[in-house]
Structures are given as structure tokens and as C-alpha cells.
Design a protein around this ligand. Sequence first.
Ligand code: FES
Length: 121
Amino acid sequence: KPGEELYVTFVDKEGDEHKIAVSKGNNLLEIAQTYDIEMEGACEGSCSCSTCHVIVEDEAMYDKMEEASDDENDMLDLAFGLTETSRLGCQVVMSKELDGLRVRLPSMTRNMQASDFSKKT
Ligand code: FES
């Protein structure tokens, strides 16, 4: 049906909820940027940072999502505060199955570079 609305709720770093009506095909980074939700998206959605890290609140919903690609998993490994249901916002595309999705923004993000790994302090 044209004009059918889906809902996604962002829980921001302050714990405030933002319920937003969206269309199928939008990714969470685009939505967050359109609605002034505090999500960084340093690489503009090209799956090469981890600043768009979101935590899916509902495990059943997480299981309904398309699996993360290897690239996404590699980036998630670098995300600060990684959880079992973490995803990169720019890689999550809204679909009918995901209507009612709730995601939390981690309280800290960190755009860690590969070089940080070899650095020993
Ligand atoms: Fe960089 Fe999503 S914006 S991975």
C-alpha cells in the first residue's frame, strides 16, 4: 500500500524516546539525521566507521533483521559498548517486518582506527 507508515523509536543518550513514522526503505542513519537524533554517522553510511552503532532493544526484532554483513561485523567489533544485539544504524533498512522497532543509542561512541590496536600504552 502506498503511504503505509512504519514506526521506529530511538531512545537517545538521555533516555528520551523519539517515536518516528518512516517509510519502508529508509535506513536508521538517514532517519536519525532527518529527525535530529544524535547519531554521528561519520562515514555517511558507507559501513566504515562505528559511530552509527545502535542497540536493538528487543531480541526477537533483532532476529528478524537481515544478518549483518562481514563488513558490518568488522566495524561492530570496534564499537564501544558492543552488545549481543548491536547493529550499525546505517545498515538497518526499515521494512514491514521491522515496524515498531526500538533502538537505543549507546552512551558513548568511539571512532576507533585500526592503528589504535597496535598502539600499546
Ligand atoms: Fe559509518 Fe554507519 S555511518 S558505519
